[in-house]
Design a protein around this ligand. Structure first.
Ligand code: ATP
Length: 335
């Protein structure tokens, strides 16, 4: 039996985690969950929102499923998400975005993947206060990290039957930093003649995405633009409740929904577990449980097609009702 780290998080984290585990169990996949708590709730006891035991667990098991974790603002703690990605060198953030059945949006047939560099850029946390009225944040870009993420994007394209990689920068303004990211992507692109290579500036990319998202296939971005553009893309296909994500490195992978802990609806049985479920489906694919992943996806799609949706998608189902509806469809598929 495979052991996988399960980071339960806070806010709506525990509700959507329970829902997803119930669904995975119903699909007949045997997983031994190594449950780890993190975030605001563990600070008092352990002095940090990301205790060492969580990192050790992921290092031991290599794969984790993670729900949203809140980092308290203004208490001097570094973001749990950023720290986790850094400590485990999860350098690639992968966010597939595609239309789901019966989730009504402004666009049809969106099917794109955002590949975001996860370790540097303005997220490197190099900031300084010059004086009371002036502060600086350093945007660090290196050739090594840029070539590594570009290679990831092209390999992903090859392995997933994608046709094009489009690199997104502001290299006309940040000539050195974004210029280096762009140059690195150009260098790597030469090794993949079978994949079309395209370059676009981030402002134009945003406009094109809301005018005609169907033109995009794989988007390759440095960290900050990747953060912003991937939320934009989530909005194209139904919003945060359906946006899945994964953070992948050479040795470890952590699968997690894009959304945060949504404290405004926590504990009300209102959260949409779809984003977490789709992240779990990708995790199952990653560990080789492809048949179970397929069955769960089918059950999810059938549930949505039957008009059973949570409030964020305009429906009236509670999180628990939605979960039960997926499980009942799964029961028929498993038979
Ligand atoms: P973070 O900074 O941690 O990303 P945030 O405050 O920017 O958090 P979220 O916590 O993701 O954002 O919530 C943004 C909005 O989306 C909230 O109104 C929240 O209720 C809603 N939301 C987020 N996730 C879900 C979900 N799974 N189901 C339903 N609504 C959600």
């Amino acid at each position: 039996m495979k052991t996988i780290t399960l980071i339960k998080g806070d806010g709506i984290g525990p509700e959507i985690t329970d829902a997803v585990i119930k669904i995975i169990n119903s699909a007949g996949v045997a997983i031994d969950w190594d449950i780890q708590t993190a975030g605001a709730d563990v600070i008092e006891k352990e002095g940090t929102p990301l205790p060492q035991r969580v990192l050790e667990s992921v290092k031991r098991n290599k794969v984790a499923l993670k729900s949203p974790v809140t980092t308290p603002i203004g208490k001097g703690f570094r973001s749990v998400n950023v720290q986790l990605r850094k400590e485990l060198d999860l350098y690639a953030n992968l966010r597939p975005c595609y239309n789901l059945p019966n989730v009504i949006t402004r666009y049809d047939k969106v099917d794109l993947v955002v590949v975001r560099e996860n370790t540097e850029d303005l997220y490197a946390g190099i900031e300084r206060q010059i004086d009371d009225n002036t502060a600086e944040s350093i945007k660090r870009i290196t050739r090594g990290a840029s070539e590594r993420i570009a290679k990831f994007a092209f390999d992903y394209a090859v392995n997933n039957n994608r046709k094009e990689v489009c690199v997104v920068t502001k290299a006309n303004i940040c000539k050195l930093s974004d210029g280096l990211f762009l140059e690195s992507a150009r260098n790597i692109a030469q090794n993949y003649p079978q994949i079309k290579f395209r370059e676009i500036l981030v402002d134009n990319c945003c406009m094109q995405l809301v005018q005609n998202p169907n033109q995009f296939d794989v988007l390759l971005l440095p960290n900050l633009y990747g953060d912003i553009v991937s939320d934009l893309c989530a909005g194209l296909v139904g919003g945060l409740g359906v946006a899945q994500g994964a953070n992948i490195g050479k040795d470890y992978a952590v699968f997690e929904p894009v959304h945060g802990s949504a404290p405004d609806i926590a504990g009300e049985d209102k959260a949409n577990p779809t984003a977490m479920l789709m992240s779990a489906i990708e995790m199952l694919n990653y560990i080789g449980e492809k048949e179970a992943a397929k069955r769960i996806k089918l059950a999810l799609f059938e549930t949505l097609n039957a008009g059973i949706k949570t409030a964020d998608l305009g429906g009236s189902a509670k999180c628990s009702e939605f979960t039960d509806a997926v499980i009942s469809r799964l029961a028929i598929l498993v038979k």
